[in-house]
Write a new protein. Sequence first.
Length: 714
Amino acid sequence: MLSLSVVTLLALQLTLTVRHASGRFLKTSRPSPWPSSSFLQPPSAHGGGRHSRTQPRTRLQQKPPTDQRLETTKKVAQAAVRIPISHMLRSWVLPLAIPPIKTARPTVDDSARLAELKKFDGVFSRDDWAAAFKSQPEEFEYVIDEVEGSIPKDINGTYLRLGPALFERANQTTAHWMDGDGYLTAISFRDGKAWLRSRYVVTPDFLDEQNANQFLYRGCFGTYRNPDSPHARCKRATQIIRTLERLRQGDVPSPLERMTENAMDARLKAPPNTNIALFPRREGPPMLLALHEAGLPWALEINDLSTVGPADMDLGGDVGVAGAAESASSSSSGSSSAGRSSRSTWHWLDGIMEMEGDASNAHPKVEADRGNFVAFTWQVGAPMMGKPMGLTIREWADDGTLLSVMPYEMPDAVAAPHDWGITESYYILPDPPMQLQPLPFLLGQKGPVECLKKLAGPLRLHLVPRPTGPKAGTPPRVVDVGEVGFPIHLSGFEDDEGRVVIYSEAWGPEFLAINRNAESLFGANEGYWPDPTSSPQITLYRTVIDVSSEEHPRVVEHRPTPGFERLSIAQPISHPNRESLPFSQLYCILSHTRGPGWPGASPPQGFARLDVVSKKVDAWYTGRRAFSSQPTIAHRPLPRAHRHPHAHQDLDEETSGWMMGIVHDMERGRPYLAIFHPKYIHKGPVAKLWLKHHIPWGIHTHFAANLHMDKIQT
């Protein structure tokens, strides 16, 4: 229609050119025939007129009678020949064809956000970062009475933070901080008050090593059993080696001694130190679970954080808890293996090197729409024996009822996914190309994680239909999305077109170049703590997959999220009320904004909210001598009927509640819990709750709404 109108006007221009060869149009004093309600009012020759746009209208326009409208139409036709066609094209046609460009000026809030974002320069002290990983051997409980600002009174529940905290025994340290024993810190909130407990997850392995004051078991990340331990298996052999070859220097065992003591011992300690979750039970409050990727969860009492026992997720119904008291009592007698729970450590090789056992993934999901708890276990020994990686994915209803059990194989995987995602229809399982070189592990030289190496090749995603979802019964979709974008943590949903959209924190092409010659998949360490500068920055990747074709899913997009390419981020989470549903906001820790060209990453030094729709970043900088850890949202679970189907149309839902995260202030030598309004993170914390003791830098957090520990008597 628009092109036809332009042709008509050009023809009219030609006619008028013939009729008015002089090119001059006569002025008229007649009133404008254009109806005042029309948005196509011609410009006045004098910039004004009865219906000039510069004059406000004072009343609603009345609809003229039929005769008057006919007369008006005639006047319009007559007036058309008196209006320059160039004016008509410029004033009426072009605005329809080309929408006006709106140039929004930065608001005061935008300026403040940008100013705060510029502070992230990646500068830090290595000594400060190392001090954040100092061991904490003690347990604590107290009321938090040192508060800057005020605690919001509508926070009702318990903040939970789990991480490794014990890295030394006698004269030996762990090879990597992730081999440290799990330490849970919980802060309960009610009526603007807060109280804290910090306790270890007490497993038989923990008790054995505590009583012996030695590392008795190998760790997944390379910690070895000390040949000098009273419980060493090969003391005579190591003494012979020491005497004959004089390899011993000082108090440090030689590499050959360590290899002799640890070779062919595939039993690993799996300290529950990675993540914390709430499992719904059929009766009573939810069960608190401490998780590790190489073992089953351990159940804890929410009342006082005491350890109950290992939780078996293979019982078919409720998650059962084995008795921990018997194994604990036998372990405390000094025996290193008698009475041990078969779930506390994993015998990756038995007497004839046969693999056995399952382990639980450390990142279960809680679906926002129905409240389903979703988790998977994996076959620990499969990669070592050259077998396909077997998973068992289970879903429980929010009342603890088992809904589905789905076995699934990932034929080319050599390790279970570290993290995964769920949408309304699919489980999302990442499968990066990696190689497992088990010989150094079997010889006692390395931990199993150190034997993993990233290979060149595309990242493969398995989209497995959920038995409880709308795609139940359809075949899985397997798609290769590209070589770059090695995923660490991810979240996903299905958009309005049914496409699967995934946001993940991932390493880009720089990681591939570094890892080709690296000794470890996760970079180097300065001590047992990580050296962030040895790895490239972590970027937020966006992946979109068209799954309309069952046989040939199509990758629509796989790249760093536009607008966030220069951000070095980690551990992004969506709002708990949007898990598996479309979201527009992600909360994360932020390291620097210098881009991939900056040499390496840096420790996290602030918090950020990323709006993936508007591309805005709302961040707060902790300072050069402080380090942030993963945030969580203290929220009220939103009933399904009150959730908006499209998150980007309801920002208030995704910024409801309060964002909180631990900040390790190295100037004071102790951390504080920072509480933010999620919509105004750049304005800084509304409250800082100063802890009275040190806790090491940790990974994952959770908020248990409406659940509290027992109050502490003062």
